[in-house]
Design a protein around this ligand. Structure first.
Ligand code: ZN
Length: 140
């Protein structure tokens, strides 16, 4: 039990709890936005298209009308549409965040060499030296 508590403390201290709470709150709020979007735009659009074929006028008529035997699958379809939009948008957000994070982690360009090795005494000398300070040979 003590081990469990310690692990929990470590987990909580690492900030994962905070990240997770923020994620849950944003996720919940975001879910409402997506539901709103679906209810206000996507569903009426579908209702408009399908309504032109099946003569339904409201979303309730559309999804309420879709039943298979005793199962009102219309609501399920609505929920699936919600889920798909949420998944796509979340994927886009995660992808964007990953790209932003990877920007900060670019591999540093290897620094230009500042020294060279003298061909005569093999000492390390300045890259632009014309005379070796160790053996006094002329170098390029
Ligand atoms: Zn030298």
């Amino acid at each position: 039990m003590k081990k469990f508590l310690n692990e929990f403390k470590e987990f909580a201290m690492k900030g994962n709890m905070i990240d997770m709470s923020i994620g849950v709150v944003i996720g919940a709020a975001f879910g409402k936005i997506v539901t709103g979007l679906t209810d206000c735009i996507i569903t009426p659009l579908i209702a408009l298209i399908i309504g032109a074929i099946f003569h339904v006028e409201t979303t309730d008529q559309l999804f309420g009308a879709i039943t298979v035997g005793p199962f009102p699958i219309g609501q399920l379809i609505s929920t699936i549409i919600d889920f798909l939009i949420t998944a796509v948008v979340l994927f886009a957000i995660v992808k964007a965040i990953n790209e932003i994070q990877s920007l900060g982690h670019h591999e540093e360009e290897p620094a230009a060499p500042t020294t060279k090795v003298c061909p005569y005494c093999k000492s390390e000398i300045a890259i632009d030296a014309v005379k070796c300070p160790h053996c006094t040979s002329d170098v390029e």
